[in-house]
Design a protein around this ligand. Structure first.
Ligand code: MCN
Ligand code: MO
Length: 719
């Protein structure tokens, strides 16, 4: 059995040795380089784009303005960094010089940068055609809020903002496109090759078969590469028109402005509870600072629907509102709506505990859902789990009580240490996924997946799953991903769905292949065989998989040696409890994360090494959200934090010590793998745990202090 074992990623050799091919490693003969002229204004009419001077520059092969490519729709730009022109040159260095020669005349317009300003009557409109800055609005409702609020003995009211952040994948976005006169091939640093194929085919009016999209190695994405971006279309179009390969690689600052941002939600809430700490009702509004274009991200909606979290809250009404502003468009970032919901509800739980003089653990214990499956007040059905039991075992395993008394002891010695706690339930997996499995002539197997891993090590996990199902050695299973020419369709790696949706598809394919091989064996041996460990046996005779496959290729028997499976994987909900320990330096205001411990019930764990890696990396991103990262704009709409000198992504130096545990009594999902996703869980749980820890520390010197925003900066610690 390979499932359940900490097998190192077989992807690592290529990555660590520098042989893995990323999009910028692709060099083709006659390659041209594309660059974009981007708006310095957050909001402006584009009066004139004159590229005649650019076109005359040495090395420039083609220029494209708004008319050719549809830049600046409606004759205006809506955020700093929006493209207004594209230049294609024969040399990358000449290219950047020539971009500066573009003449663009703007008429600056007042920019609106704050959600609440944008909602005021008379606010500048980001999209005049819409007639309002509200791009999307839905009310989620259940139970009887009015009645429950009347019964409530305690009322809390407040507002909490989780800041806008920049996904900052190590590898910026980039595209290469090449047209050979028949097929247009596009390589992109993406999570969604199948979507790109669809959109490029549509834009160029080509059949799907004439567009091939390849996802090379991708240096992370964190959800920021799950949209089809305009650059992917523009670069494809340029390559198609010019009949030469074209490459575009974003610079870091360009990537910070032209790749979607995340989070940026505000909750206004009213909570009604009993005096003994039971939450009866929650009511409020979640606002998303959606940026300049609403690309249907639905973040406020997910946050609203997941707001009750793992707690049994029977009455609720939350309005989700996405508001346009003159900033980079908002979209998914690791967790996409669930980190926000979890931070909000966990802050509320902490506050309720404090108001009632209850222990933070006790408040949670009293509100946790008792019986699964459970449909929350907004219609989300949590599938499996035993929250109370997992919570108690988790606290025990993480040594929460001991950590608290240790912090107490250290305080007597002059150290300011805080211990924070968070509990979460989150939603993972959706849609279908495709797997194709082929038995090769030499007795090995190739799995083609439509998943698009970009750091998770999914290929290794898929090999484990397939090797177990076929009862063969893992060395005989090769996994191939990231090419629309090899799999007909699929969705990709996102929403912590890969091992659950794609792994289940792989198991389904393996079962079908075994059936096919059994059919062929029956022909060969003349009896119905049993299969075990790579051997078919019946009536005292036996044949190895390899023999059977060979016989089929020689046409002595008949079977499909390539099978396809499509698996539909509904949502499944992991649950967990996390603990963060921080040290606060009241002099400098710096917060040092010391220790991060997680205890997750993600169903069966396929590869504990990979899953633990996800928990650690995920936690560090949530720590960044809690303490360091923020996309800051000035009043004019300039992105101030436009490079890594001003935008603080946590590094190994800020990393705490991690301890990762998985529930010893997991509650599997109903999918073939029995897994639930782990890819986002720690990002979801860590921000509230860290904020709670900082507050816990600060209370020792400032009783009653309450943290109501992220990030918690040194300035916040002082004040
Ligand atoms: N796994 C497991 N057992 C489980 C669940 C998962 O062994 N019960 C393993 C899987 O085999 C896989 C990894 O853990 O190797 C994550 O699996 P899964 O939870 O299915 O999530 P996905 O593979 O679909 O990854 C997507 C998720 C998301 S949505 C974001 S955002 C994110 C994340 O993964 N972006 C990442 N982790 C990232 N890690 C890296 N390095 N880079 C990113 O961009
Ligand atoms: Mo994601």
């Amino acid at each position: 059995k390979y499932v359940g074992r900490p097998i190192p990623r077989f992807e690592d050799d290529a990555i660590l040795s520098g042989r893995a091919q990323y999009v910028d490693d692709i060099e083709l003969p006659g390659m041209l380089y594309a660059g974009f002229v981007r708006s310095p204004y957050a909001h402006a009419k584009v009066l004139r784009v004159d590229l005649t001077d650019v076109a005359r520059q040495r090395g420039v092969v083609a220029v494209f303005g708004p008319r050719e490519m549809g830049f600046a729709p409606g004759g205006k730009v809506r955020y700093q960094g929006e493209a207004v022109a594209m230049v294609v040159a024969s040399d990358r260095y000449l290219l950047y010089d020539t971009l500066e020669k573009a003449v663009v005349e703007y008429e600056p317009l007042p920019a609106v940068l704050d959600v609440f300003e944008a909602l005021k009557p008379g606010a500048p409109l980001v999209d005049e055609g819409l007639g309002t800055n509200v791009a999307h609005e839905t009310v989620y409702e259940g139970g009887d809020v009015e009645k429950a609020m009347k019964e409530a003995e305690v009322m809390l009211e407040g507002r909490f903002t989780i800041q806008r952040i920049i996904p900052a994948a190590m590898e910026p976005r980039g595209v290469v496109a090449s047209y050979d006169g028949d097929v247009l091939t596009v390589w992109s640093s993406t999570q969604v090759p199948f979507d790109i194929r669809k959109e490029v085919a549509k834009a160029l009016d080509l059949p799907l078969t004439k567009v091939r999209v390849i996802q090379p190695f991708v240096g992370s994405a964190f959800g920021s590469k799950l949209l089809v971006y305009p650059e992917e279309i523009w670069v494809s179009k340029a390559a198609y028109l010019l009949k030469r390969p074209v490459k575009w690689i974003a610079t870091r600052s360009e990537d910070f402005k032209a790749t979607t941002h995340g989070r940026a939600l505000t909750l206004e809430y009213k909570v009604g509870a009993t005096r003994d700490g039971r939450v009866l009702a929650i009511e409020g509004v979640v606002y998303a600072d959606a940026g300049a274009y609403y690309w249907g991200e639905g973040l406020a909606d997910t946050a609203a629907r997941m707001l009750p979290g793992p707690y049994d809250i029977r009455h609720g009404r939350i309005k989700a509102v996405s508001v346009l502003t003159n900033k980079t468009p908002l979209s998914a970032y690791r967790g996409a709506g669930r980190p926000e919901a979890t931070l909000f509800i966990e802050r509320i739980m902490d506050r309720l505990a404090d108001e009632l003089g209850l222990d933070r653990v006790e408040v949670r214990r009293r509100n946790l859902i008792r019986q699964l499956p459970y449909t929350n007040v907004f219609g989300m059905t949590y599938d499996t789990g035993d929250y109370l039991e997992t919570f108690e075992r988790g606290l025990e395993r993480l040594g929460y009580r001991q950590l608290r008394s240790w912090a107490e002891e250290e305080f007597k010695k002059g150290r300011l240490i805080g211990v924070g706690l968070s509990v979460y339930v989150e939603i993972t997996t959706f849609g279908y996924e495709t797997a194709i499995l082929r038995a090769e002539r030499d007795g090995t197997f190739t799995l083609y997946t439509a998943l698009t891993p970009h750091g998770q090590g999914v290929a290794t996990a898929l090999a484990q799953v397939v090797a177990d199902e076929l009862e063969v050695s893992i060395e005989s299973v090769k996994v191939v991903w990231g090419d629309t020419a090899l799999v007909p369709d699929g969705i990709g790696t996102m929403g912590s769905r890969s091992i659950t949706a794609g792994g289940s598809a792989a198991i389904l394919a393996a079962r079908r292949l075994k059936d096919e091989l059994a059919k062929a064996t029956e022909k060969l041996l003349g009896c119905k065989p049993e299969y075990s460990s790579g051997e078919f046996k019946c009536g005292g005779k036996s044949a190895s998989v390899r023999d059977v496959v060979k016989a089929v290729y020689r046409r002595e028997a008949e079977a499909q040696l390539t099978v396809e499976a499509i698996y539909h994987a509904d949502a499944t909900y992991p649950f967990g409890v996390h603990v963060a320990v921080v040290e606060v330096d009241p002099e400098t205001g710096f917060v040092k994360p010391l220790l991060y411990k997680s205890y997750d019930d993600v169903g069966f764990v396929v590869n504990p090494l990979l899953a633990a890696g996800q928990a650690m990396g995920g936690a560090l991103q949530g720590i960044g959200q809690a303490l360091y990262e923020e996309a800051i704009y000035d009043e004019a709409g300039n992105l101030v934090t436009a490079n890594l000198a001003f935008y603080y992504v946590p590094t190994a130096a800020e990393s705490p010590k991690y301890e990762v545990y998985f529930a010893e009594r997991p509650h599997p999902s109903r999918h073939l793998t029995g897994t639930k996703g782990i890819g986002e869980a720690a990002t979801i749980a860590s921000t509230p745990a860290v904020v709670s820890a900082v507050e816990d520390a600060l209370r020792r010197i400032k009783p009653g202090v309450r943290i109501e925003k992220t990030p918690v900066t040194p300035e916040d610690v002082w004040h």
